[in-house]
Design a protein around this ligand. Sequence first.
Ligand SMILES: Nc1ncnc2c1ncn2[C@@H]1O[C@H](COP(=O)(O)OP(=O)(O)OP(=O)(O)O)[C@@H](O)[C@H]1O
Length: 260
Amino acid sequence: MSAALIQAQSLDVSHPGADRPVLSQVSMAIHPREIVTVVGPNGSGKSTLVRALLGQVAPSSGQVRRAQGLRIGYVPQRVHIERAMPMTVRRFLSLPVRVNDAQAAAVLERTGVPGLGQRQISALSGGQFQRVLLARALLNDPQLLVLDEPTQGLDQPGIVAFYRLIEEVRAETGAGVLMVSHDLLVVMRASDRVICLNGHVCCQGTPQVVSAAPEYRALFGAEAQGTLALYRHRHDHDHDHVDEHVHGPDCGHHHPAQKA
Ligand SMILES: Nc1ncnc2c1ncn2[C@@H]1O[C@H](COP(=O)(O)OP(=O)(O)OP(=O)(O)O)[C@@H](O)[C@H]1O
């Protein structure tokens, strides 16, 4: 595998006044073209990990290593952004770095919201604003995209469409992607690797491995059963009996008789 874009090594982070660390001995890495998603309960340190990777929070021990000159596109949590101010989408895209009209139009087209430039950001739907935030993050041609709960508040089709867009961006640009998400089912379908966090890394690996891990199932309970079911079908039938099994849309395997 190619060298990591960014990696955390044995990271400990404590917030001032807290009696115990928010993150303990967290190690993880993101490589080019990888979609890595961090899942974990509320307060498990997901945003803190993102902020430590971005250099906004200093670890008390351990370190963050970035590839030299790494360009990061950051999509903050939508709920933390003041949208009431009068400001057009076009102007928002030029903050903090000015872009020309052609660049602004192209990036809005790319993220599926063409022609919104003159719209007030306060007048956008949640899904449109999310795409505008992504557009702004793409303007500096990032090698690493970091998105903190990008699908929060979107409906299920909106969540699926947003993940599809992220996959397209990854395919076109080769960027690595780090996301924080609560949408377990979509995460398991759309991520290359999942990191299950609860102050420390409970487990990490492919969605298939994580969804079967006891640590993950202990943290997410009944919801975890649903994601495990995504993978169970691989084991509950005999591949020699082709006639007894019909491929579902998500089947990732071939029967011997069906191989070209
Ligand atoms: N600046 C801060 N100062 C003090 N404590 C903080 C600060 N930021 C976060 N915390 C605490 O650290 C813990 C982890 O917070 P963090 O926001 O990283 O969790 P999270 O997993 O992203 O949560 P959520 O799913 O609710 O967004 C929480 O207990 C939170 O109250």
